[in-house]
Every structure is written in C-alpha cells, then in structure tokens.
Write a protein that binds this ligand. Sequence first.
Ligand code: SF4
Length: 696
Amino acid sequence: DSKDYDSETESVCPFCGVGCKVSLKVKDGKVKYVEGINGPANEGRLCVKGRFGFDYIHHPHRLTKPLIRREDAPEKGLNVDPGNLSTHFREATWEEAMDLAATKLMALREEDPRSVAGFGSAKCTNEEAYLFQKFIRQGFKHNNVDHCTRLCHASSVAALIENVGSGAVTATFNEIENADVAIIIGANPVENHPVAATYFKQFAKRGGKLIVMDPRGVGMRKFASEMLQFRPGADVSMLNAIMNVIVEEELYDSQYIHRWTEDWAAEKEHLRQFTPEAMAPICGIEPDQIRRVARTFAQAKAGLIFWGMGVSQHIHGTDNSRCLISLALMTGNVGKPGAGLHPLRGQNNVQGASDAGLIPMFLPDYQTVTDDNIRAKFNNVWNSDDFSNEKGLTVTEIIDQAYAGNIKGMYIMGENPAMSDPDVNHARDALAKLDLMIVQDIFLTETANYADIILPASALYEKNGTTSNTNRQVQRVRPAVAPPGDAREDWKITVELAQRIGLNWDYTDVSEVFAEMKLTMASLDNITWERLEIASITYPSLSETDPGQSIVFGDGFPRAGGKAKFTPASVIPPDEVPDAEYPMIATTGRQLEHWHTGAMTRRSTVLDAVEPEANCSMNPRTLKLMGIEPGEMVRLTTRRGSIEIMARADRAIAEDMVFIPFAFVEAAANVLTNSAIDPYGKIPEFKFAAIRVEKI
Ligand code: SF4
C-alpha cells in the first residue's frame, strides 16, 4: 500500500536487456519493494531478478569511500576480503583520490597516450557510456575503449551492420503478437530474458509456431512446435541446410529479394552444396526435420528470428548471424509486422552503451572512427583537436596488450574482466601487471582486487539518466535513493576526472549530456528529455508525437543503394575439438537467479538464498556412467585451468556436454574458457571448449 512507503520512484530494472519498468517503494532511505509497472516491454510483469534482486544496493559490502592501495599491500592478486579492505587499501578523500588518479593518468599520457585504455559498462546509463568513450577519445586521442558488448553480441552487430546497415534489432520482441512463426536460436529466454519469454509462451499458446534451436534443450522447448537440439558449434551447417531446402524447393520470396537485396545469386549458388543429407551428420538434425522447419518458416506470412549468446559466442559467431540474416532476407521477413531480426540483448543497457559509442571502431550511432568528416563533426561538438583515425583495441586485445606491458594504465567503470573475460587467469595476470588501475564500481569486485585507486560509484536505482533496451526503447532511470556514504553517480565521477586531466567539460546536469548526444546521434531525433519524462520512446521516432517505430526497414535499408546484402557462410569447426585428454564439451551461460559475474545477485538476499552454490549441469546418464551422484563435487579441467564444482543432473544437456554458469568466483567458469576470437566481431568462443570431468 502506498501509505506504507515514504516515496515511490519509476525506473528500469538493472538486469537484463528486456528493460522492464519498475516502481521502487522506499521507506527510511531504503528500497523495500519493487513492483512491475506498465512499460512498453513488460506491461507490469517482472521476473524473479527484477522482483527480488534489489537489496544488494544496501549491502554492507557497498563501497562508500574512495580507496587507495596501501604501499605495504600484499602483491596484487585475487586476495582481498570484501568484508575487510584495510589489509590492501586505505580510505581517502575524493580530493586525494581524484588528484592521484588524474596525476597518474597525465603522467602516462605524457609518456605515451596509448599506454592508457578504458573499459566502460553496459550497466551504466547512456549518458555515462557516452562520457566514458569521450573521456578516452578526447583525453587520450585514440579509440582503445570497449565494454562487454565484445563478449556478448559483437559478432551479431558486425553481421547486422555488414548486411542490413544497422546493429540494432529490426523489430521489437513484442512484434511476436503479429507473427505466425518464430525461431529462437542459441538463447534461453526462460532464464535470461524471462519477461520476453512470457510473450513467446503466449504466442505458442495462441497457436503460433515456435521453432527452438539449441544444443541445450532449453526451457522454451516445452512450448516449441519444433525442437532442434543440434550439435554444439554446428549452427552454420544446420542453417545452411535449412536455406538449401528453401532454395531447392524455390520457397524464397523472389519479389522481396529482387526489390530489397543484393548478392542473392552468389548466396543461392553457395547454398546448393549444403543439402540436409550432407549436413545431418554434422549438425545432428534429421533431414526430414530440416525440411519441415524450412517449409514452415518460408511459407509463413510473417516470421521473427530471435538469437542469443549461443549464436554469437563462437569463432564463427559472425557467420552464424550472417546465416540468420540471409534466412530472414530470402523469405522476405524484414520490415513488416510480425517479421524481423532480433538479437536478444543481455545487459540492461548494452544496446544503449553501444549506441553511445562505447566501442573501439565506432563513435556514437555506429559512425566509423576511420572517416575524417565524422571525426571532424565530433571534434566540432567537443571543441577538441582530432583523435586517431585507427580503430581501437577490443576487450581481449586490450587485456593482451596489458599482459605484454604495452598498456600500463586502465580506467575501468563497472566492468569485471577478472571474472568475465575468457581464460580469466590470463586476464587476471594482465590486470596485475598494470602500473595504474582505476576502478569505479559499487562493490570490491574481483577486478577491483587489482586496483590502485577505487572510486565508489552508484547503482542504477541511485542514478539519473536514460537506458535503451533490446527493443530500442529509450527509457528514463531515476534515483529512488542516494548513493551510500561518499559514493557518487558515475557520470559525475567521469566529469570531474575529465576536468582534472584538462578537458573542457562543464556539465552540471545529466540532461545536458543527453542534449549533447542528440547533436551527433540521428537515432535520438525527436526524442527529448521532456518527452522521456512522460513515456519511453522507441527509436527511430519520426515526429515529436511518434512513440517510435517497432519495425524498421520496410522502405529500404541504411546501406548504399538502400538494399540489404547476403553474405555466404561456410562451415568451420570450433577452435578446439574434444580429444582423448579432454573428451567432453564445455559451454557457459547464466542461470535464472544470477546475473553475470554475480556481483549484484549474490548480494541479493532472496536470489542468493535460492541459488547459493556454484554448480554445473550434466546429463544424468553421463553422471551415472562416471559414478557421480547429483550434488557431488567434480573437477572440471581444460587446457587453461581447473575448477571444483557441484554437479547437477539435467536431461536437457547432451551426454557429452557440461553447462557451467559464470557467476561464481569460487568456481569461475572462465578459468576454463577459450579466448580464441571470431575474426570479425572479435568475440571469444565462450560456448565451446574441450573439457575433462573427474569425480573428486
Ligand atoms: Fe529485469 Fe529482465 Fe527480469 Fe525484466 S526480465 S525483471 S528486465 S531481469
């Protein structure tokens, strides 16, 4: 009851890319209750994370004072007790910490500006992401700035920009109400986008044909009319076989292809070799089912394709997305109601942070850093000298350069590479080598263990600004409570640091940052701060009264000539394949209760109580063969390292696979993962590693 609370504030859930709108009920300075309200993506719904994952913001581990590494601190490593930081750090005033951070950054810049790199965050607002990339580009004159999109949908974005000219979704997930068929591939929305999953389930219950494709028998299979549990890493062979059927049976949409695409002849020719019979042994799907699925999708009036990390996190992630784009284009399923391409975004603001330019090859709105006119436009707005026209280094490249000693200083805002990077022991060693590491965060994350200076920052429910969800919906976030102690909003920290390293920044309100973004970002045309006060707006918004376009590209693509393009994809094997020493396949991901590296959800009372222990899942038959009872501990070993973890039985896992969530530091999945990257999206192959399982 509203009379039980001192205040109620509308904001957006801080976890996944669905972007559910919430009302935060506050009593005595603390958020006590979270309720779903009528946002465009959730219509009042929330999942367990949104509903119960909020009290981490009041956790005693919150950082409340700037910290400086003690001179007598033990050697850098993952060795700080988050309940007792004084062994490694001493408290400092903001004045002292900022002065030290700025002095050291300027000293590195003097020596070599490229010795400094930045990781921003998809957990921060659009304005904070924009300021962070500007900090590196204007302050250090290069583009070595990136964030977790590199570990998530970088390959999807690479393929989308290449083939349709834009990295965002072409249709909101709510468009499923106008579809008659939908493919969900390499995604587990029941656990990772639970509110979106409720719309998908409703679609299936209404009689919509749901085709689920995944090496794991994910939760959506219960609602699927077709479940294709294909061999891990065999996506291209299966998708090409489906498209082969469409070509051979002439089920493609000739009119659409002729009007809106190019390079069809080469694609069509390329696909002829991928017959269902030839591909079945590779992908493990029977030719009959491949044919049935091809016909169902091609003959539908409108079809949507959703995909997740299962598609993107491979060394052939860009090829996987190219196939999905080709499938949509050849069947005319872009730019009309109920049709489109939708990579389901992971983090709450990974879409917005990418749009805001927090990526090494693109400025805001995916404008390339290599174009002199584009840089001139930004330099004009920033009142600044030019910066490098070279594409910057990506997340894993920056870590490699830190390991090699070429990058000596990093400013890390809200990212946790000491948990999230592939082959994480290598990443931790690289972080330990840095001369200067400035970490801005709300907790002493695993990454902050290696910091020299720690700046206490704000949780989303303490922030003012905007975020953009998977649907391209720009939404206001508002502070329900103030950051604890001396902690500050992230944008204010970045502004002060920028001023101290000599940049001409004079923002006094976050809305001024948004106003500056609009000067270079056409995607924000007609979207004003005032309008966002009242409602969420989907970009593009075509007029000052248009709530935004849920479907785009009905009248052409943002590419030269207005046409989309087919890019053929060939079958390539994963970077490492199982052998006698490592006979099984490891794949990683999230689980319903925990978010990414666990910093927030493992400090949320209810979520941590429901899922307190590091676990992996294997097929019950595999466990039985190995003499392992569910609940017993196993040792998992790959070429990179070894962890000990509790084993669970799950029939949905193939008999030669192990699924490992990556939220648990005590059994960090990324100790095991392979850092081999996709050559286009530069995304690591988190979804495939050869592994050995042993009973302990
Ligand atoms: Fe939050 Fe995503 Fe759950 Fe919505 S579906 S409540 S955005 S975690």
